[in-house]
Design a protein around this ligand. Structure first.
Ligand code: G3P
Ligand code: CA
Length: 215
């Protein structure tokens, strides 16, 4: 079962920062999960929210800042994370903004990162549809917070690699169905010891957590 560090190691270090990804590596994760938006100058940047308000001391939409300005606020560009990781673990790139999709694919195409080690996921399934059309070989993860049935149908349609459900949606039947159809199951975000025990009982393939050392 894979250890997947949510926004790096969010339980220990500020989320989606290079320090958080470094901490996740030290905690021996198999994959880091991170969130991507696009800057004003069309560079994929690593931040969860649509604005910089919550995680920096500035205010405004991510798309109003250049990549350089965002870096000065402590927000990494995706390429820096590739540089840091150097193929030592996988990267689950969660695309938060459809407009970031082509920039992410372009970076992957021009960067010498092992493509097998990348999974692109999104709650916006239009993002996944576009990735499937543009780069059919890329591993795609279908995110859902409310319907494993719908995620499963869509995963079949785009030949996805994995399904990433909110962990409370799991039950014996839907886990069996996802596995029978050949999909990896990576539920999120599982932090409490009781929830970890609950999710592990389904023999999922990986768990996305803020505390990778608890798995
Ligand atoms: O990728 C799973 C999980 O990160 C989705 O929720 O809001 O933490 O991006 P969120
Ligand atoms: Ca995420």
């Amino acid at each position: 079962m894979l250890k997947i560090g949510h926004r790096g190691a969010k339980g220990y270090v500020a989320e989606n920062t290079l320090a958080s990804f470094q901490k996740a590596l030290e905690l021996d994760v198999d994959i880091i999960e991170l969130d991507v938006h696009v800057s004003k100058d069309n560079i994929p940047v690593v931040i969860h929210d649509e604005t910089v308000d919550r995680t920096t001391n500035a205010k405004g939409k991510v798309t109003n800042f250049t990549a350089k300005e965002l870096q000065n606020l402590g927000i990494p560009i995706l390429e820096e994370v590739f540089d840091l990781v150097e193929n030592r673990c996988g990267i689950n790139i969660e695309i938060k903004d459809f407009e970031a999709t082509k920039a992410v694919l372009n970076l992957i195409n021009h960067y010498s990162f092992d493509t097998e080690k990348i999974i692109i996921s999104s709650f916006d399934w239009n993002v996944l549809q576009l990735c499937h059309t543009e780069k059919p070989a890329i591993h795609l993860g279908v995110l859902t917070e409310n319907s494993i049935d719908k995620a499963l149908s869509f995963a079949k349609k785009i030949s996805a690699y994995s399904i990433h459900p909110y962990f409370k949606l799991l039950n014996t039947e839907n886990v069996q169905l996802m596995h029978q159809n050949g999909f990896k199951i990576y539920p999120w975000t599982v932090n409490n010891p009781e929830d970890i025990t609950f999710v592990k009982s389904f023999l999922v393939d990986g768990i996305i957590t803020d505390f990778p050392d608890r798995l």
